[in-house]
Design a protein around this ligand. Structure first.
Ligand SMILES: NC(=O)c1ccc[n+]([C@@H]2O[C@H](COP(=O)([O-])OP(=O)(O)OC[C@H]3O[C@@H](n4cnc5c(N)ncnc54)[C@H](O)[C@@H]3O)[C@@H](O)[C@H]2O)c1
Length: 333
């Protein structure tokens, strides 16, 4: 099957226009794809256009795109009609984390698209090998795991399930560079994929420290911000150990690993918050206390920050040292 990277000729579908479906649709529009955005619930039809427009306006203001929002909006169709997905070469499902709902959405998608259309799920943690048992053609089914806001972040995990065609996964990997991603191809499915496994190991330890009375939520947040927060946009954990001296980590691991939490229970701290209806800044009830105004300001600040950190990440790409070397060589020629 011959595939092309002419994004203008490659319509993409997004099903589910909540928080992430809107920013994923924006990312595809910014990359030059026509987008068919399907609203499974009427509420999505009410807010999707204004959310996507706001992302495009801000992206133009921040210099991420050359064209005015109208240019991209003219290539966007928002609809509740799954039939309009028929010409799409890729469809990304972005509905809530519920297997039955995702299953019914796949049936609707597969009823209209061609058998070689790639279907991706933005699931946070349902194994792709499980999801793909519920589709007609599992070889074209992948995890496509984004992080919010998808149109500014460089993160994308492409996850192959047991039945996925790895060559198609490699095709998605290449194509996603056109979406301005620095993708990761997960060739063997594992629950939580890569980043959620790393992050949940850290969340578990954070709960262990608070519940054991070692430190407060505020202190742990401050430690994350000022330690890992300083280097994580430049390097990952392995290059960090390279940068700061590998033997020291080897020594510490021997004594520290046996003391880390390996609890398999959901921590009481988060259980209490969720049972009391707390959602975090979304309703001003979370691990920290917020007034409604403060919660709104945190949301706005995160959006503002996401554009700044993107600029910084672009200044220091993953291959920054190689690039600097090339620049030096070119200068000396
Ligand atoms: N929020 C994040 O930061 C994040 C990060 C990575 C992955 N994800 C994953 O992305 C997916 C969507 O998350 P979100 O944050 O955009 O959620 P959201 O709540 O903002 O949107 C959920 C979407 O699901 C749809 N939906 C709800 N009930 C439905 C039903 N009965 N039938 C069909 N569709 C229904 C809604 O119409 C909406 O479009 C989830 O699988 C989530 O785990 C979220």
């Amino acid at each position: 099957m011959k595939r092309t990277f002419n994004t203008a000729e490659m319509p993409i579908g997004v099903v589910g226009l909540g928080l992430m479906g809107c920013s994923i649709s924006t990312a595809f529009l910014m990359a030059g794809h026509p987008v068919v955005a399907v609203a499974p619930l009427p509420i999505d039809l009410e807010h999707a256009l204004s959310r996507i427009t706001a992302h495009l306006v801000k992206s133009k203001e921040e210099g991420l795109v050359a064209n005015e929002p109208e240019f991209y909006l003219s290539r966007l169709t928002i609809t509740d009609n799954y039939q309009l997905l028929a010409p799409c070469k890729i469809v990304v499902e972005c509905t809530i984390e519920n297997l039955d709902i995702k299953k019914s959405v796949y049936q609707k998608i597969e009823a209209v698209v061609s058998p070689d259309t790639v279907i991706g799920s933005n699931t946070s943690a349902i194994p792709i090998s499980i999801l793909q048992t519920h589709v007609q053609y599992p070889r074209r089914f992948f995890g496509l795991h984004w992080t919010e806001p998808s149109h500014t972040t460089r993160f994308l995990e492409i996850i192959c399930g047991e039945a996925s065609d790895i060559a198609l996964g490699e095709w998605l990997y290449d194509l996603s560079h056109y979406w301005e991603k620095e993708p990761t191809l997960v060739k063997k499915d594992i629950r939580g994929f890569i980043t959620n496994r790393l992050m949940y190991a850290m969340y578990r330890e954070a709960f262990h420290l608070v519940e054991g009375g070692y430190a407060t939520v505020e202190d742990i947040d401050r430690a994350c911000r000022n330690n890992a927060g300083v280097w994580m946009t430049l390097v990952g954990v392995f290059r960090w150990m390279d940068l700061t001296g590998v033997p020291a980590y080897h020594t510490v691991m021997k004594d520290l690993f046996p003391t880390l939490s390996n609890s398999t229970e959901v921590p009481k701290l988060i259980d209490d918050i969720v049972k009391a209806g707390g959602k975090g800044v979304a309703n001003a009830h979370g691990f920290h206390e917020y007034t409604p105004e403060e919660a709104k300001l945190w949301e706005e600040t995160y959006v503002e920050f996401s554009y700044e950190i993107r600029r910084l990440a672009q200044k220091y790409p993953a291959d920054v040292a190689k690039r600097k070397l090339r620049e030096k060589e070119n200068k000396s020629k």
